[in-house]
Each structure stands twice: as C-alpha cells, then as structure tokens.
Design a protein around this ligand. Structure first.
Ligand code: BES
Ligand code: ZN
Length: 865
C-alpha cells in the first residue's frame, strides 16, 4: 500500500452525478451508467481518473464544455487499475482546466461482504429473500460506481434504480418518478421491472449515498415541521416492532432542529433495519440503516435497556444528519469530529426526551469508563491521528477512543464553556459551513467566538495527545498541592506531557484550571477538596492522604456523593491499583462502602470491579468459592428490595439493576436465585410471554449452566427460527456461558455457516466463548484453526481488529500471554491489526504483572471475609 495517496479531488471537482443502477439479485451482478459533471483544475494531462474498486468500466466518453460549445475527447483506453482503486480514462487530446461531462457504462458482481452494494438475507413465508443494500462509508461507494470517493468531493446525485416491479426501492430522497422498464440491457427472470428515479440530493459526500431494494414495509409519521419519518424493516418483521424507534426518530429530529437552530434539511427521514449489517448503524443522509437489534423493539419482548439502546443509536445517527452530513470533515483524519460529536448527542437527545432515564449518569458509566480504561494503555493512539489512505481508517475505529474519549472531551468542553455558549457556537458553525467541509479548528473557532475562551488551546492537547493525566491532591488543613502527571496503566512510556485540566472543584479558592504541572494554594477552609465533580473531566484523581480517602468513603456510605462521583471514585481506585498506586485489596475494601448502593450505573462499576477480582481465580482456583460467597452477600440487600417482579412505575435504574443483581446472584450460585431462575426458565418454555425481557439472557444462561443438557439444543432451535435479533443476541449471551466443552465445540462449528450464524454476529459468539474461562481454550484453538475464515469474513471492514483486541482481555496468566504472543505477534505485519496487537501485548503484560503482584492482597482480603 502506498504511504500516501494522491487525492483526486485536488484536480477533479465533481458537481453532479446522474447514476443508473440495475442490480440483479438472482445472478448477483449489476450494471450501471453514469454521467458525471466535473471541473478539471491544475495541470493539463491526457487522462481523467476516478475511484473504482472491482468495477469493469466497459465504455466511456469525455465531453469538454468549451465556451464555444461541446467537444468530444475520444477515449483511447480505459485502464481499470484495481491495485490503485482507480479507473483511468486515457485520451490523445489534452485535458485542460475546464468543465467536463464524463459518461461511463460499467458492471460488477455483488458480493456478500457487507460493503459497497451487497445482499442481506432473510426468511419470510418459508422462503429465503434477498434485500440489496449499500454501505459506502468510508470508501466503498467506488465499489458501486466510478466517482471521486473523498468526503470533500461533494456533489448532487440523481439516482435511478431498475428494480423488480413489486420490490420497495429506497434511497436518500423521495421518489421523483417511476416508469415501467422494458429495456433489454438488464435481463432478469425476476418478472416485470420498473425504473425508479429519486429526487436530486443536496450537495453531499459519496459516502452518504445509499439505496435498498427488496421486500420491506414501514410505519410512518410526520415531525412538527412536516418532515416524513418512517421506520422500515423486511417483511419478516412485525410492524409493531417499528413503533418505538419511529417515535424516537421523530422526536430526535425535532429535538436537534431546536438544539442546533437549523431545520432538518431533507423532505424525509427513513430508518431501515437490515438483516445483515457490519456496523451498528450508518447515517446515510435521509436513509439511515441499522442492525435489526438496535432499531426494532418487539412489543412486550423489548427490555428497558434495549429501548435505551434504540433511542441512543437513533439519536446518534440523527445528529449526524447535521454534524457529518450537512457539514462534513474535509478528510478522514478528522473523522473523530463526526463520531465524537455524535457520541455526545447519543445522550443529549435521550436525556431531554426521556429525563427519567438519567442519561448523563449512563454517559459517565458507559463512555467515561470505556474511555479511561482504553486510554490508559501504553501505545494507544490519540483521537486525532493522520490517515494517508482510507484503508487506514478501519484501524482508527477504536470505539473507546474516537467515540468514547472524543465524546467525553466534547462534553468536557460543553461543561467548561457552558451549554448556552456551546449551542450558540454550534448554530454558527452549521450556518457558516452548511453543505461544506471543515477541520476541527473550524469548530473551535465557532466555539471561541461564542464563549470568549481560547478553545483551541484548551482542546488541542486533549485531542492530539494520547492518554490522560492523573491529578494528585495533597491536602493538609488549608494547604493544598495539586499536581498532574501523565498516566498509563503500566506506568511505562510516560513523559512530561501536560494538559489544561479543568478542576471542576466547585469552590472559589481554587482556579478553574490547572495548566502547569503543579499548583500550590492556601484554601479558605479545611474542607476536603473534591475534584472533577460530575466527572466531566477526562482524568483520574488521586487523593494522597488516607484521611482524605476515608472522608470520601464516608461520603459514599452516607449517600452524599452524586452517582457519577460515586462510580468514578470506585473506578479510579481500581485503575490506580492496577497501576500500582495501591493494592487491589484496598479497592475491595472500598466496595464495602457501597453496601447501601441502589443505583444501577454505580452497580455497573461494582460489577466490573468484581469481575476484575474474578481474574485472580485463574491464578488461584480456591478463590472462586470465596468470591462467590462475597458476591452472594453483597447483593442481598438489593435483591430483597427488588425481587423478581417488576413493580408498577418502577424507575429505569431499578429495572436494569434487577438484572445486574440477579446476574451476580446466578454467578454466585445463590440457592434461592438459582432455583427461581430455573423455575422461570421452565415457565418460559411453556409460554414465552412469561419472562421479563430484561432478565431473559440471565435466566437462559442459568438454565444453560445449571439446567438439563437439552437446553442447548432447544435454545439453538429458537435462535435459528426467530426473526427477533434481540432475542438471538440474548440466546448467544446465554449459550456462551456453558461449562461443557462439547457444547462449545458444537457452537463453534456453527460459526462458519452463514445460514446458522450471520457473519455480523459470529465474532460475538467467538469472543464470548473466549471470555468464558471454561471454554476459553477450545474457542482459542478454534480461532487459530479458522484464521483464514476470519480473514475472509472480516478483513474488509472495521470489525477485523476486534479480534486481537477482545481476545486479549481473556489473558490473565503467563501461559496465556505466551499463547497470545505466539499467535498474534507475527500478525503485526498486517497494517490493520498492528496497532491493536501492540496495545494488547503491553496490556496483557501489565495485567499479568498486576495479578501476580496483587494476588497476596486479594487472597488476604478474601480470607478475612
Ligand atoms: N458512521 C458510523 C458508522 C461507520 C463508521 C461505518 C465508519 C463505517 C465506517 C455510524 O454513525 C456509527 O457511529 N455507528 C456506530 C453505532 C453508534 C450508535 C455508536 C457503530 O456502527 O458502531
Ligand atoms: Zn457515528
């Protein structure tokens, strides 16, 4: 791969595409015709070059629009340069600066690879159906048509699709007109054909174009301003499953119109659930597509947590309709701008639409924890990283960095300058750059105007440097010293880098920010200082004196700390322990302060700390029994409070907490909880409506581990026959907790058959089985033996580097570290895996060292329990 690729846009600026696509779902081939209007700039040459991948451009014409009229430049040779992702149209004439019209006819095949134009499969009425659909981000538009496939090359698109008469055809804009198609260019036995032309799109980037053709149906509504909103699914899906997302979509659009001060720019907004989709969702302008699991809520079968996921994902993608689509990053190095922003908006809209969900606590619990833990790794990339070739984008796609850390930083900016200034800056940004392209500095400029703060100076060190600081507070009476130091989990690779740290201390005797390394102050009172209140800052706080720490633990005990502060205190303690600042036994002591805890987000981190303690079992099996007893005692209070039955008007937190508590109870093999779980599974076998969907995967998992061996076959049968992707995902979670290696083998052998497990899901099955210590060795060996399948199935998209990443989290011992290294170290020559392998190798070494170092302290803690 070339180190740096010339950008075609610098010399060729398209203004419009008229594109006709005729796909044939039976032969899995397609043909296309295109007319591109473009401006040539720069030096004259004898060719015009477009991006393409896998296409055969069969014929081409170049028409020069001179002042005096049109002139055709004869195309002498068409060079499909597949290795360069280009097609070059050569001519003997000179191509000077000016306006051109290029006509091309091309064809290609439709591959099951989840990129470009690809097939999605589903079963309805006992038949297998194909839905043809597209995924163009980041650089796959070139697989469907020749184009300048760079985000800066914005143009209008007028798309015509030739499709079977009875299929639904969707694209970014509403249909402008339809005619029966009788041409013989695209013969198919599909029956009668029609030609559907869509309204011209606004100026937009190629990666946002989309279409879908197949048997679909929908539910629709209108926003207050009259935009048509629809949720679509295949005919295998019940229309009632569309209603929750439809309401969320409509209200998200209305929310963002108001929040951004700019109306939604298209006449319609479609949301389509696809049976096969590689990412979670994709923000194609006017035609957002999703995995079924994150869009569809089956009535009475969707848990509170599923609804929260749907509302968040919808909000994320809807926010991109402005941030990303209306205003787009100039080049992929600023991809973070898109995704970090949408990551915050994923919470911003639901926080306002569903205030009872406490979305900002969720933000800290999900994004905050994920960001800190990943960003504590040595060798992790900064948010802003240079990209020379779009193939490198897949490697940047670290959800904990580009999404979680970036979102956290955008939110930190919002809290630092205040929401009114933040919103004012956004509105100005959208007005100034609508239909254009930007870099990060354009957003900072807009925020700077709105806030009178040097936003670039504040944000750039956070965006451009990897990792974050640990801020140490040494307070003795009224004397305080606050210092910052570059933090990594291994304490290796740290240097003297500094950040502008917003202190969020809520007191007037301290400055707002620590910009240097050290700050000395005389406080006006001896009250203990608490930093990073609300946890909007991306850093850890370490309180040096034992009294200071005891004071914080007291505040937890007395319920005097906010949810986000409670959960970050425990997370911080765990992260500091791993880095060697204190033994892990102390963290387990601190868990004792949470005896009365009743908030689900905080229990999320308690549960995480417990699962970290469970890693020590790999070093000392005898710990398992005591850890189980410890957990069993820890959950009793909440278990008694919540029980199994949902009460009327129960809070979202309690609904989800019940699942956390019961899951811990099942793990701990609490007799009463286990018996009840098995009883409920039996009732579910009689009547599926009997089971609270929030508890579904836990109850099923209990039956897999502790019930009859037939449960496995029964759940697999349900998995293979249901159209409910949320249920399939619960079954996957349940079956992969098995302790039986023959079951693991059975599950693993299904993964390569796409009729049984969709490629989009097979990686989860594998990672779960590797995470489970009873099936770890089997699953690992299976992956090693099927690595070619992994390459064929995943190497083309951004889930490929999940393999080194998620398998690393299972390695706790030297033996496993060696196994991991032997397999993955040689794979560092693969540019798309390189970074994640390097990070994982260091992460595993650090973890193995930590577990060995803290084993005595953990053993001591559990012996005294
Ligand atoms: N634009 C992304 C999806 C994407 C990014 C596809 C890069 C291909 C290359 C989309 O907006 C997104 O962020 N999707 C998330 C789900 C989201 C709700 C967190 C995803 O797919 O993981
Ligand atoms: Zn996104």
């Amino acid at each position: 791969m070339p180190a740096s690729v010339r950008r075609l846009y610098t010399e060729l600026k398209p203004s419009s595409y008229e594109l006709t696509i005729a796909p044939n779902a039976e032969t899995l081939t397609f043909q296309g015709e295109i007319v591109v209007r473009l401006k040539k700039t720069g030096r004259p040459s004898q060719r015009i070059t477009f991006h393409q991948h896998g296409l055969k451009v069969e014929s081409a014409r170049i028409v020069y629009h001179e002042k005096k009229g049109e002139r055709e430049l004869p195309v002498t040779r068409i060079n499909n340069q597949n290795s360069l992702d280009e097609v070059r149209l050569h001519t003997d004439a000179m191509v000077y600066s000016g306006e051109y019209e290029v006509h091309m006819h091309f064809s290609s095949i439709i591959e099951r690879n989840l990129t470009g134009l690809y097939p999605s499969y589903f079963t309805a009425d006992d038949k297998e159906h194909i839905l043809l659909t597209t995924q163009f981000e980041s650089h796959y538009a070139r697989q469907m048509f020749p184009c300048i496939d760079e985000p800066e090359a914005k143009a209008t698109f007028t798309l015509t699709v030739i499709a079977p008469k009875d299929d639904v055809v969707l694209s970014n804009t509403p249909v402008a007109g339809e005619t029966p198609y009788t041409g013989d260019l695209w013969p198919t036995s599909a029956g009668e054909l029609r030609s559907v032309t869509f309204q011209q799109t606004p100026r937009m980037s190629t990666y946002l174009l989309a279409m879908a053709i197949g048997k679909m149906h929908s539910r629709s509504t209108k926003t207050a301003r009259g935009t048509d909103v629809s949720v679509w699914g295949t005919i295998a899906q019940p229309a009632e499953a569309f209603d929750f997302a439809l309401d969320a979509a409509k209200r998200s659009i209305e929310f963002f119109e108001n929040y951004f001060g700019v109306p939604y720019p298209l006449p319609k907004s479609d949301h389509l659930a696809l049976p096969d989709f590689s990412s979670g969702a994709m923000e194609n302008w006017g035609l957002i597509v999703y995995r079924e699991r994150v869009l569809l809520a089956y009535p009475n079968e969707a848990a509170q947590s599923t609804k929260e996921t749907i509302a968040s994902v919808v909000a994320h993608e809807v926010s991109h309709q402005w941030f990303g689509n209306l205003v787009t990053m100039r080049w992929w190095n600023d991809l973070w701008l898109n995704e970090s922003f949408a990551n915050v908006m994923e919470y911003e809209a639901p926080a306002k639409l569903f205030p009872e969900w406490n979305m900002w606590d969720e933000f800290v619990a999900n994004e905050g924890i994920a960001a800190l833990r990943r960003d504590a790794q040595k060798g992790i990339q900064a948010i802003k990283t240079e990209v020379h070739h779009p193939d490198e984008i897949n490697t940047l796609f670290d959800p904990s960095i580009v999404y979680a850390k970036g979102g956290r930083l955008i939110n930190m900016l919002k809290v630092h300058i205040g929401e009114p200034a933040f919103q004012k800056g956004l509105a100005a940004y959208f007005k100034k750059h609508a239909y254009g392209n930007t870099a990060g500095s354009d957003l900072w400029d807009a925020m700077q105007h709105a806030s009178n703060t040097d936003v670039g100076a504040f944000m750039n060190p956070w965006i451009e440097q990897s990792n974050f600081p640990v801020v140490t507070v040494a307070q003795a009476g009224r004397d305080i010293v606050i210092t910052q130091k570059h933090f990594t989990e291994s304490d290796e690779g740290t240097d003297k880098r500094l950040w502008p740290v917003p202190l969020f201390a809520g007191r007037s005797d301290l400055p707002d920010r620590l910009d240097g390394g050290v700050l000395h102050r005389k406080l006006t009172s001896e009250d203990f200082v608490i930093l990073n209140q609300g946890s909007a800052g991306h850093y850890l706080v370490r309180y040096e004196s034992p009294e200071h720490r005891a004071h914080l633990a007291d505040l937890v005990r007395n319920g005097k700390l906010s949810v986000s502060d409670r959960l970050m205190l425990l997370n911080g303690a765990a992260m500091l322990a791993k880095a060697g600042y204190q033994p892990f036994g102390d963290v387990l002591e601190l868990v004792g302060a949470y005896a009365d805890e009743d908030n689900e987000s905080v229990w999320g981190i308690i549960s995480l700390v417990v699962s970290e303690a469970r890693r020590f079992i790999d070093l000392d099996e005898s710990l398992e029994a005591t850890i189980k007893q410890f957990i069993g005692r820890m959950i009793q209070k909440q278990y008694t409070r919540l029980g199994w039955e949902e009460r009327e008007n129960e809070s979202a937190s309690d609904q989800k907490l019940r699942a956390t508590i019961i899951a811990l109870g099942v793990y701990a093999e609490d007799k009463a909880i286990l018996a009840e779980a098995l009883r409920r599974f039996a009732a579910y076998q009689q009547d599926a409506s009997n089971l609270n969907p929030e508890l579904r995967s836990i109850v099923m998992g209990a039956a897999v581990r502790h019930g009859a061996p037939e449960v496995t076959a029964e759940l697999l049968q349900l998995h293979d026959s249901t159209s409910n992707a949320d249920l399939r995902s619960d079954i996957c979670a349940a079956l992969t907790v098995t302790e039986r290696t023959d079951d693991a083998t059975l599950l693993l052998n299904r993964l390569t058959d796409p009729k049984l497990v969709k490629p989009q899901d097979a990686d989860y099955w594998l990672f779960y089985l590797i995470r489970n210590r009873h099936t770890r060795a089997n699953a690992w060996d299976w992956m090693v033996a099927h690595w070619n399948w992994v390459i064929e199935t995943y190497s083309g998209d951004k889930s490929y580097d999940d393999f080194p990443r998620y398998t690393a989290s299972a390695c706790n011992t030297e033996a496993w570290a060696d196994k991991y290294e032997a397999f993955f170290a040689p794979k560092q020559s693969d540019i798309t895996l390189k970074r994640n392998i390097a990070v994982a190798l260091s992460e595993i070494q650090t973890r193995v060292r930590w577990l060995r170092r803290d084993l005595p302290s953990v053993q001591a803690f559990f012996t005294h329990q």
